[in-house]
Write a protein that binds this ligand. Structure first.
Ligand SMILES: [Zn+2]
Length: 439
């Protein structure tokens, strides 16, 4: 505790005690109560004044404490807090069913769990700011708990007294990009900016410029959105503290706004070029992360799925047509397209990868027009899927793109792909044996 923080309290105690103790003595005693006995400042002050026979009346009432100052087992505490959560629970109290309310209170200094034991006539809603008099504290698993018993009085205050954004959060978790998961709370990450784009969006009726792109470290890449202008520049190495994680379309993304602390860091770190070179990520890691952006996979094509080949798409919504029918727009005049849906297995897991027309043409070595010509001659387009089986099955492939995770597993919208090894009969037999063994 810094001296200048204690000085006003020392003077207050000195006034209550007259000249019974010197300021030095008061300060030493106050410090010992706070540091050694872990008393809160108000309780320590009151204790000193009482002990030396001073007038404690000025110390007993009207103390409004910060939640962060509360200590376990205080019999009488007053504070103002924001209701972060409020839940009902029915408990068994001496054989009788009884309703209690529990949740979290927060202010600028801390968030603490609370329990209301007599909730009749006391409506607590999330977002309320309340002043509480006469609560008490306990300790549970090393954390202070606030209890509102039958002596408590609660008054609702203007919710602007404590804004939600001012409520203290725990310290951010220090993570690498590869460790980032959805809903992990505040994180701190060190990463280099690979790209920055600006976009104008409308937030609650107001136009706002946001900054987004890709961040990378050695463990992976992540899309980010900055809701404040941090003057981000490509290539900068940043330490972003108090960012938050949210999944968007099945991929965790990093968000940071004015609550975050963004610092430029100067230290040895892989360059943009090194980080841009995609390094191969095991699919088990990608699954563990709940999807990831800019993933590179090296694996074997173990299945070319139905729906691969020459398809017709709805001109309105681009959905693939089933027998000339779009499930939204009905019977339409479709346009042709080429795609591959393939399952790639890298030994740690598998991903269903979708290749669009351009990549399909590159991998197959024939164009959409050639496909259509072949389909016309053969009077059907079945043959295209067969050629895809021939060309791709059991080949090693490098594929990269964004991988999403859902209950069906991993899917990749493939951005780049390259077939590696030429396929030989021995390769196939070896792979078949391996696949059998791994099942
Ligand atoms: Zn359609």
């Amino acid at each position: 505790m810094e001296e200048n923080k204690l000085a006003p309290h020392v003077q207050e105690i000195a006034r209550a005690l007259g000249d019974k103790l010197s300021e030095e003595e008061i300060e030493a005693e106050l410090r010992s109560y706070i540091e050694k006995y872990k008393l809160s400042i108000p309780v320590a002050k009151k204790t000193i004044v009482k002990k030396h026979g001073g007038d404690t009346s000025g110390f007993s009432a009207g103390f409004q404490r910060k939640l962060g100052e509360l200590r376990p087992n205080e019999p009488n505490v007053d504070f103002v807090a924001r209701v972060l959560t409020a839940n009902d629970k029915i408990i068994d109290a001496r054989g009788e069913k009884k309703k209690i309310v529990y949740g979290l209170f927060g202010d600028e200094s801390a968030t603490l769990p609370y329990t209301v034991w007599e909730p009749e006539g006391l409506e607590l809603d999330k977002g309320d700011v309340i002043s509480v008099k006469g609560a008490y504290t306990k300790e549970y698993k090393g954390r202070v708990e606030v209890h509102l018993g039958n002596r408590v009085t609660v008054r609702k205050e203007d919710p602007a007294t404590i804004e939600a954004s001012d409520v203290a959060q725990g310290p951010p978790k220090i993570v690498t990009i590869g460790q980032i998961r959805d809903s992990m709370g505040f994180v701190e990450v060190k990463a280099r900016i690979l790209s920055v784009e600006t976009r104008d969006v409308t937030v609650q009726g107001e136009s706002k410029t946001i900054y987004s792109g890709t961040l990378a470290d050695e463990s992976g890449k992540i899309q980010y959105t900055a809701w404040t202008d941090f003057k981000l520049k490509e290539g900068e190495l940043l330490k972003i503290s108090r960012g938050t994680v949210k999944s968007w379309r099945g991929i965790p993304q990093l968000n940071f706004d004015e609550r975050a602390d963004v610092q430029r860091v100067k230290e040895k770190f892989p360059t943009v070029e090194e980080l841009s070179k995609t390094s191969v990520t095991p699919l088990s890691d990608v699954a563990g992360r709940g999807g990831a952006a800019g993933v590179s996979v090296r694996g074997t094509v173990i299945e070319v799925r139905d729906g691969s080949g020459l398809i017709m798409r709805c001109p309105e919504c681009k959905r693939a047509l089933q027998k000339g029918t779009c499930k939204i727009h009905g019977q339409v005049e479709g346009y042709p397209d080429l795609r591959i849906k393939a399952v790639i297995d890298d030994g740690t897991g598998s991903v269903s990868a979708i290749f669009g027309r351009e990549l399909t043409e590159k991998l197959m070595g024939f164009s959409l027009e050639e496909c259509m010509e072949r389909a016309r001659q053969a009077m059907n387009s079945e043959g295209i899927k067969d050629s895809m089986d021939d060309a791709l099955l059991f080949r090693t492939i490098d594929a990269s793109g964004n991988v999403t995770a859902d209950t069906y597993g991993l899917s990749m919208i493939t951005k780049e792909a390259e077939l590696k090894t030429p396929k030989t009969k021995q390769d196939i037999e070896k792979l078949l044996v391996e696949l059998e063994e791994s099942r």
